[in-house]
Design a protein around this ligand. Structure first.
Ligand code: FDA
Length: 501
């Protein structure tokens, strides 16, 4: 509460924050976590915590009057719906050149993501973060992260037989006929639970399309793993619906003064609190942490932060596209919302792409193959403080996604040519082939070893640390949360050993 002093304060409850909270509390340190979204534990009037995917209500989006669905159109019309303004679980933050989708709530992105738990290719990890000992990462921290996240694999025999993965088998068949390699992708969704869903033994979640507005069952989101373990120590407190607005050195007694607004479920500020913390861990995500640090540097609260703060932001080369299959290559009326297969063309320098074969769960057969491609797009952007508005912008231009389109186009043109098929041009606008105006994978803005020391410390301000996706320089070649988690495991171990006596 207002005026408190705490040993450790963590801003944000996604992957970086959850790792910090667990390891700090296990080390015996009282830890306070502040999260702008709500704690998703109380069912609504329909008996469900999260709203249905195909009939979204206010619980779907963060403070909007209308949904902004990633696949926004179908057959010439918008698929968006009016909703009531509420602190919903999925934010689509609009920076002009790009919409950045992020989770809001206790658990951060783990509440809304597809659960794909991919360890990056070692040679690419070494290329993007040369200062990190990759032996340690691949022998200790990636395994530690995968274990604590509860990563598991689909039973291949069940995959081959279930109607719910027909879309993925069709995606595999068409890719392989063009000479591309496909690979199973691990996940944090419990595949035993999913089998029971298919058998009609438990309440369906992934198998009734639940994913980006939250899963009511089955998924091991962070509130079920890292955060549950941290709470079990008795040393973690979480303040949900609190938005951190400022961090500055405390006037007396050392540590940092953290100012936050308490909001209600309609997003209105209902109070302001100031807390002093000996150590502050920025884990508000690539966007949230970068925005806070860039604003604090520009406004003078943390004026000595280095110039690298706010730099090297990228969107992991995300681009989406759909193909129209022939009638004899059905994708299934029933589709699991959890992707389990990718086309791995990363080693091909002319089209370095890792493309997830995504479901298109509409409840009826549509013969659509949808893909979320991660391309090796070298483009980067910067965060900038606007003194006129007092807000932080991101100068990414939509044209910067052309390299992703070019790379993905090579791959999918080849498949279309071989199959004699065409792109869907009605999914991302009235007439638009490429979903190039959005990302699920914001990365960078406070890069490890550049804006921070080699372990996420902000050396100009002893006791300030960065823990989240802002440490990763713009592109990691696969879905990012396993990398974010493993880096946080590595960094917090060093910080606890050296900075917490
Ligand atoms: P993360 O965004 O998880 O957490 C930051 C938290 O801080 C949020 O809860 C936010 O509300 C809070 N916050 C921000 N500013 C604040 C402030 N000022 N005060 C208080 N709190 C604040 N990745 C993957 O590996 N596999 C996948 O399958 C997918 N799929 C996917 C689907 C969708 C729809 C999305 C949106 C994202 C994915 N991702 C994904 C991406 C993945 O979820 C993402 O990379 C991680 O959640 C990022 O983890 P961080 O710890 O960096 O931040």
């Amino acid at each position: 509460s207002d005026g408190d002093r705490v040993p450790a304060l963590v801003i944000g409850s996604g992957y970086g924050g959850a790792v910090a909270a667990l390891r700090l509390t296990q080390a015996g340190i009282d830890t306070h976590m502040v999260e702008m979204g709500k704690s998703w534990t109380t069912p609504g009037s329909d008996g469900k915590v999260f709203c249905p995917m195909l009939s979204p209500d206010g619980r779907s989006f963060w403070l909007r009057d209308r949904t902004v669905q990633p696949v926004s159109h179908f057959s010439g019309g918008s698929v968006d719906k009016n909703i009531s303004r509420y602190v919903g679980v999925l934010d689509a933050e609009d920076f002009g050149g790009i919409k950045v989708y992020q989770g809001r709530g206790v658990g951060g992105g783990s509440l809304v993501n597809g659960g794909m738990a991919v360890t990056p290719k070692r040679n690419y990890f070494e290329e993007i973060l040369p200062g990190v000992d990759s032996n340690e990462m691949y022998s200790t921290y990636f395994p530690r992260a995968n274990a604590a996240l509860g990563v598991n694999n689909i039973d291949p025999a069940w995959f081959e037989s279930t109607e719910y993965y027909k879309f993925a088998r069709t995606g595999r068949k068409t890719a392989e006929r063009s000479g591309y390699t496909t690979t199973f992708v691990p996940n944090v969704y419990d595949f035993n639970y999913m089998k029971q869903e298919a058998a009609g033994q438990v309440t369906k979640s992934a198998l009734v399309s639940e994913v980006i507005y939250g899963n009511n069952a089955g998924k091991k989101s962070l509130d079920k793993t890292y955060l549950a373990a941290a709470s079990a120590t008795g040393k973690l407190t979480i303040s949900a619906l609190h938005v951190v607005t400022s961090v500055a050195p405390a006037a007396t007694g050392g540590g940092y003064q953290v100012v936050m607004n308490q909001i209600n479920e309609q997003g209105n500020t209902v109070g302001t609190k100031t807390v002093t913390a000996d150590k502050v861990f920025f884990a508000a995500g690539s966007i949230g942490t970068s925005k806070l640090l860039v604003a604090m540097k520009a406004q003078g609260q943390l004026a000595n932060l280095p110039g690298a703060v706010g730099q090297e932001w990228g969107h992991n080369g995300n681009v989406m596209v759909g193909r129209a299959n022939h009638m004899w290559d059905a994708t299934g009326a029933k589709q699991s919302a959890i992707p389990v297969m990718g086309i791995d063309n990363w080693a091909d320098a002319s089209a370095p792409v890792f493309a997830e074969i995504a479901p298109f769960p509409a409840g009826t057969e549509l013969w659509v193959s949808l893909y979320l491609a991660i391309a090796k797009n070298p483009q980067r952007a910067q965060f900038q403080f606007n003194s006129a508005t007092g807000k932080v912008g991101l100068n990414w231009q939509r044209s910067q996604n052309q390299p992703s389109i070019d790379m993905a186009k090579k791959l999918f043109d080849k498949i279309n040519k071989k199959e004699g098929t065409i792109y869907r041009t009605d999914l991302f606008g009235p007439v638009q082939t490429w979903g190039d105006q959005l990302t699920y994978h914001p990365l960078g803005g406070c890069v490890l070893g550049k804006a921070t020391d080699g372990y996420g410390r902000l050396p100009e301000y002893p006791g300030l640390y960065v823990m989240d996706g802002s440490l990763v320089p713009g592109n990691v070649g696969v879905n990012p949360f396993v990398t974010i988690t493993a880096l946080a495991e590595r960094n917090i171990e060093n910080i606890i050993a050296n900075d917490m006596n």
